[in-house]
Design a protein around this ligand. Structure first.
Ligand code: MLT
Length: 328
């Protein structure tokens, strides 16, 4: 009987060590089969997931022995946090561990858009050598608009500052006296102003009831026609049909999407646009970030299963875990 159930592809040496301390079931495809997952969950004391396993209130209810749900990553949009808390299950995640990788990719995508790198690469591999077709723009002295000035927004802005970009940010939840604001001194503006000013708009918002569908056609119409849009956060913050229409009508100059409204996405017109870069939700996928993520997840699972405290907890469940053990 597995004490630790892993329902997505989460591997690495810390996981091997966890396997020698506990009975671990590694089922990387289980997230695709909710019925089979529902059958397996009653045996588990720990559930380890990425973003594809739907950890619903019903699944948590079925997991009568669950003590911890560990999210290998930052976003919690696939987990019913309230249900976990109400059920006395600790929820932990790893937002610090992959933030640098996400910020680096964001800057990479900005450069790729500005210098048309993917299109130029395709052109040469197709036998071309037309240098004039690939004149780009610099990041220097352009305005970066950071939508969501949390950890990743801050790390992105810090890197953009090194390119000589002018920093603007919008985040009503950020304390104007926060250290991150004090260090970089971005111009804090509202969404309307951010859209109007940004030469590069980068989205770092989580998916919540408030943010879902926030960036629609009207928003993109309020941007500069020369502006580029980058999304490495959550796809459903963007109304993808609105973005597509804005691109087709030349309301903005281009976009790079690591995340999509529906994942995996259906093929659509974005697939063939030369000024659009599409990648498969890989911002956190570096050796370094994944090692940190897996190590942190394993530490938290081990701590909780040994009766201790998770370091990266995100909820405050009542200490009733052991009461959930079947009594019969
Ligand atoms: C995250 O939320 O940490 C990233 O989007 C990566 C992931 O979902 O696994």
């Amino acid at each position: 009987m597995a004490e630790v159930l892993i329902t997505e592809n989460i591997v690495g040496s810390p996981m091997t060590a966890l396997g020698s301390a506990f009975d671990v079931a590694f089922e990387p495809a289980l997230w695709q089969y909710p019925d089979r997952l529902a059958q397996r969950i009653p045996e588990a004391k720990a559930l380890i997931v990425r973003n594809q396993t739907q950890v619903t209130a019903e699944l948590i209810r079925l997991g009568g022995r669950l003590q911890i749900i560990a999210r290998a990553g930052a976003g919690l949009d696939n987990i019913d946090v309230e249900a976990a808390t109400a059920a006395g299950v600790v929820l932990s995640n790893t937002p610090m561990q992959n933030a640098i990788s996400v910020a680096e990719l964001t800057v990479g995508l900005m450069l790729a858009l500005a210098r048309k790198i993917p299109a130029a690469d395709r052109h040469v591999k197709d036998g071309g050598w037309d240098r004039n077709a690939f004149t780009g723009t610099e990041l220097y002295d352009k305005t970066l608009g950071v939508l969501g000035f949390g950890r990743i927004g801050f790390l992105t802005a810090r890197r953009a500052a090194a390119f000589g970009m002018n920093l603007t940010a919008c985040d009503p939840l950020v304390d104007p006296d926060a250290l991150t604001v004090a260090e970089l001194r971005p111009k804090m503006v509202n969404l309307e102003q951010l859209l109007a000013r940004a030469d590069f708009l980068t989205c770092h918002l989580p998916s919540t009831e408030t943010t879902q569908g926030l960036l629609d056609y009207d928003c993109f119409c309020r941007m500069k026609p020369t502006a580029f849009f980058v999304n490495v956060a959550r796809g459903d913050v963007v109304e993808e049909s609105g973005l597509l229409r804005a691109l087709e009508e030349g309301k903005i100059a281009g976009a790079a999407l690591d995340v999509r409204q529906h994942e995996p996405p259906q093929s659509n017109a974005l697939d063939t646009m030369a000024n659009v870069i599409l990648i498969p939700h890989i911002a956190a996928f570096t050796d370094e970030a994944q090692h940190r993520v897996v190590a942190a997840v394993c530490r938290d699972v081990e701590a909780v299963l040994r009766g201790g405290q998770a370091r990266h907890f995100v909820n405050f469940p009542a200490p009733r875990n052991r009461l959930r053990e079947p009594t019969g």
